[in-house]
Design a protein around this ligand. Sequence first.
Ligand code: XMP
Length: 517
Amino acid sequence: KILIVDFGSQVTQLIARRVREEKVYSEIVPYQKAAEAFAEMRPKAVILSGGPCSVLDADAPSAPAEIFAAGVPVLGICYGEQTMAVQLGGTVEGGHHREFGRAEVEVVAPSPLFDGVWRTGERYPVWMSHGDRVTRLPEGFTAIATSDNAPIAAIADEARRYYAVQFHLEVIHTPHGAALIRNFVRNIAGCAGDWSMRAFREEAVARIRETVGPGRVICGLSGGVDSAVAAVLIHEALGDQLTCVLVDHGLMRTAEAERVVTMFRESYNIPLVNVDAEALFLGALEGVTDPEQKRKIIGKLFIDVFEAEAKKLADAGGGPADFLAQGTLYPDVIESVSFTGGPSVTIKSHHNVGGLPARMNMKLVEPLRELFKDEVRALGRELGLPEVFVGRHPFPGPGLAIRCPGAVTKEKVEILRKADAIFLEEIRRAGLYDDIWQAFAVLLPVRTVGVMGDGRTYDHVCALRAVTSVDGMTADFYPFDMGFLGAVATRIVNEVQGINRVTYDITSKPPGTIEWE
Ligand code: XMP
């Protein structure tokens, strides 16, 4: 077991993910609760995360002294390095050249941390993001790597098995970072590497039972993989204490709702209520053009519908439903919340997180909150969900509403649905579906002039978007062959009334986001 002490970095969950990839169990706790968690969990090693603060601030957060007194290996990353250095008697200074983004380090001494990965005397690319830097080492430490702007880029006290790095080794932009984490977790900390998705499943089931007790749970199904995996997991934990509700907001893709309803009713025998709420959602969205407002309206209506269904269940004698379960994933959380004291700003209010109203009568159960998409897929396979379903592209809770920039109308949604279906059909036919993270059409609130036959047209523009990604946090546009794009464009303009022009979006994330709103 590894304890990860969180100082509020945007990428702390990536540390946990890397540790999971080594088949080792880890838990993340905020630094304020680290002492308690350390005593209870008795981990084999501790990792201190990065964070937005400076150790030079008056009330800078620190790691509990108990951790350093216990004699377990400790790895500090970025802020974690600095607090470790200061707490053990070194010095950190601010005001130097700041380093952000790509940098290079030179390995200056061998270390078990670098074993089999980095050789002494060589330079390697890393991802840096820091202003302060360590200027004097605590006793017992030596520098094991340097960079141009941080003469002390990595340090180690081999006797005590303390390691600290200035760069972020948990992000993919540090190409060998995962291997260095493996060295720490497997070799230095000596963790066995026998944890798996099966273990996650068992732990999650136990946690759900403990949280919910004898209560009743309503699980919102969106038609996508995440909520389906959450529902099947919760069903395993609670059986018929669970009722699934699929809110058809009229903003789904072709045949989306039917497929899920069939799968749940026929293969899983999980009770499912299918609510037709198209008029309610489209009515509330009428004339609304601001993307955040659209997300907030949709988030609130979802809850209204869930609460109404909960009440119906209670009235029917099933007992009150006090919990609402959702398939929220980690990238939804990180992009929706600003961490305590952190610089992380709200990018967009994902409907199953920040889009929820402040006042809600139901408590949330979110068993996938720590996972990334590919991990949810692995869990889905572990739970026996069919591969065609598990491999589906993600689809956002607010649905096609956020793919119709500007005001949403039923007519626009119908046009969009047709274009989207053609695009995906062609992608499947070309055998590209599994190479792409997500592909969809966007209907722009712009009309342009065209000519068809002998006539003038004045219709909407459709943008196509297809991206590759590992976890949805960053993405690249998919490099289709031009002939493929041309064929899709021809089909859309010919077959979809209301669209006379097609464009392809070649923006990566960042600076774009995957969805347009
Ligand atoms: P962005 O647009 O933020 O999207 O780059 C990242 C991933 O998240 C999906 N997404 C959502 N999923 N509720 C969801 O369940 C939402 O409100 C939401 N907004 C975006 C998006 O489709 C992409 O896969």
